[in-house]
Design a protein around this ligand. Structure first.
Ligand SMILES: [Zn+2]
Length: 268
């Protein structure tokens, strides 16, 4: 099968204004859905004063849509948000970062004075530049940044906190060897405010009643209980602004409960 035959066009309707748009599904997009923890890939269609994001699974079937208000008219350039120090306190490797997303028409900027190394990576619609406050292993960092920019390219949250939490986790992870599974955790955190937790019945009641050791020993038991009792909360509400290691472990727990069929994760 040639590259071209792997591409097809589907139609999607904006739930806000009713307009119908053609969406081109490339083989890269469908591949992205395969590696995504929810099995989904989003496609953004900015129009009028809002942005439609249609989500597709790896078969190209539409699996839901989300609409958000455009941050500002694209002709005014990227909407810039400067992140205050108090929101990112405790960073130990990162001195600053700039995330630019053309899909979201958003630029997030956080910077301090002490900069020794700055590395920039790009995806088609997203760029990520990170300044480090001390020497870091270039090959490590490069691999982590490639993974991270790929996550940001496929993220559609407009809440800065989602990205701040993602970068706070990256700040700690960058000291370790990169591993592919981290991409799923980063994606969940970067999209946390767009995803609602829906405990499944009776699975969540059974977990609550029998407290399987496989979950309650591997993960923080109190947090497992909070998740399965969280009906209707966003992932961002349950993650909060904990320490980066805690955030990572909480996000892993949410993904694990999802994979075990205890909860549903629904993009809204
Ligand atoms: Zn619309």
């Amino acid at each position: 099968m040639s590259e071209v035959s792997a591409v097809r066009t589907v139609k999607t309707r904006c739930p806000k204004c009713g307009e119908v748009f053609p969406v081109t599904l490339t083989s890269e997009l469908l591949e992205e859905a395969k590696s995504n923890p929810l099995g989904l890939v989003g496609v953004a269609v900015p129009h009028s004063d809002h942005v439609l994001v249609a989500y597709f699974d790896s078969n190209g079937a539409e699996r839901g849509t989300r609409v958000f208000a455009a941050l500002q008219a694209p002709e005014k350039g990227l909407y810039e948000v400067r992140i205050p120090l108090r929101d990112v306190k405790g960073l130990r490797n990162i001195a600053g970062f700039v995330i630019e997303s053309r899909k979201l028409n958003l630029r997030l900027v956080y910077s301090t004075r002490s900069i020794s190394t700055s590395i920039k990576v790009s995806a088609p619609d997203t760029s990520l530049e990170v300044d480090f406050q001390r020497d870091v292993s270039y090959s490590h960092v490069r691999a982590w940044l490639e993974l991270l920019v790929d996550v940001l390219e496929n993220s559609y949250s407009t809440l800065p906190l989602d990205y701040i939490n993602t970068l706070r986790i990256f700040d700690v992870m960058v000291e370790e060897q990169p591993f592919t599974y981290a991409k799923q955790v980063f994606w969940l955190v970067a999209n946390a405010s767009t995803i609602t937790i829906k405990p499944r019945l009776p699975e969540s009641l059974l977990v609550k009643k029998y407290r399987p050791t496989i979950l309650y020993e591997k993960y923080n038991g109190n947090f497992v209980s909070r998740v399965i009792e969280s009906g209707g909360l966003k992932v961002s509400d349950i993650l909060g602004s904990e320490a980066p290691q805690v955030l990572f472990s909480y996000a892993e727990t949410v993904l694990s409960l999802y994979r075990r069929g205890v909860i549903d994760l629904v993009i809204e």
